[in-house]
Design a protein around this ligand. Sequence first.
Ligand SMILES: *[C@@H]1O[C@H](CO)[C@@H](O)[C@H](O)[C@H]1NC(C)=O
Ligand SMILES: *[C@@H]1O[C@H](CO)[C@@H](O)[C@H](O)[C@H]1NC(C)=O
Ligand SMILES: *[C@@H]1O[C@H](CO)[C@@H](O)[C@H](O)[C@H]1NC(C)=O
Ligand SMILES: *[C@@H]1O[C@H](CO)[C@@H](O)[C@H](O)[C@H]1NC(C)=O
Length: 365
Amino acid sequence: MRRPWGRWLLPLGLLQLLGGPAAGACPCQDPRLCHPVTGTGGFEVFVFDVGKETWKSYDWSKITTVAAFGKYDPELMCYAHSKGSRIVLKGDVPLKEIVDPAKRTAWISQQVDLAKKQHMDGINIDIEQEVNETSPEYHALTDLVKETTDAFHREIPGSQVTFDVAWSPACIDKRCYNYTGIADACDFLFVMSYDEQSQIWTDCIAKANAPYLQTLVGYEEYITMGIDPKKLVMGVPWYGYDYVCQNLSKDHVCSLSKVPFRGAPCSDAAGRQVPYGAIMKQVNSSLSGVLWDEVQKSPFYEYKDSLGHFHQVWYDDPRSISLKAAYVKSRGLRGIGMWNGNNLDYSREAVAEQQTEAMWQALTP
Ligand SMILES: *[C@@H]1O[C@H](CO)[C@@H](O)[C@H](O)[C@H]1NC(C)=O
Ligand SMILES: *[C@@H]1O[C@H](CO)[C@@H](O)[C@H](O)[C@H]1NC(C)=O
Ligand SMILES: *[C@@H]1O[C@H](CO)[C@@H](O)[C@H](O)[C@H]1NC(C)=O
Ligand SMILES: *[C@@H]1O[C@H](CO)[C@@H](O)[C@H](O)[C@H]1NC(C)=O
């Protein structure tokens, strides 16, 4: 069971004194809601929130952690704590700035101070920069994660430090990190099992954002390296890609214009990311209606735009997500999460409500 606040209470003024100058005044109606939430290491449902008000409509019965990637919203912090959910900061820094240990320490203490001031329960480190094994940044990044985790755990007892990694450890997007070292150094990795076509080395054609087998291969690679499945949270996409087809064949092969990315000749950067909510508004009126690719285990559809260009849209829905969620369970991963919680249609319209509920439900089939 999660315990949202400590056993004993102190007057607010005294708490602030004890917390030092970094602790800000509590913005919650109930000052106990400013205490850090401590988890038990049970099943994680990890939600990225990018701002706006939609968090009020989330399925809070499932959420264990919210990564607050939008502007700081004290109301969201109080609400998350009232539900026993953690809320964590976003951490990002140019790696060349943290090679020097003193600069690293300064960055970490800034993050800890900010977390205390905003009553946050940890940090999600989202560094997606290029690194290779021979660079000083390679070791500095592992040290950064280790030192950040030590500082947060020491300064905010029960806090959580996590790190975002690509769908596979195979130097995706030139991110050659010390994955085992980083996994050891933090509470868990959030595996971004999406944008899996960021580097297309074969046919330059539209494909699923997160094909089923390719997604599973990524986890097996992390586990084969020696990373405990309990250190892995699966990230699923609540968005898809809308591609303009250079040519669309009758058997649904959509060829793309060549947009290179980090050394690969072709990439999903040829497409445009679209939230699930917007996709659901378009699919029924599309040329094709919902289609299902049996190999990639992903839905897609095709439409023609006002200029007469054909598009193919690949996305994830409750059917494709629940297949992956079943693997999370059977493989004993730490949990599941999504980029991002705001991407659903939270209007009170009946069809949208039902589709939105089904997406939350698919996380824990
Ligand atoms: C590795 O990274 C360093 C620093 O970013 C860079 O100077 C070097 O050229 C890279 N080496 C290779 C082989 O990419
Ligand atoms: C990765 O990090 C761990 C822990 O810091 C270290 O023991 C290991 O040597 C590193 N691996 C490489 C290849 O540098
Ligand atoms: C487009 O596809 C059709 C049918 O698959 C093919 O006959 C045609 O040559 C293709 N056009 C281009 C420009 O690739
Ligand atoms: C789209 O079609 C499906 C299946 O026929 C239906 O269940 C759904 O309500 C429709 N969506 C909208 C937005 O009308």
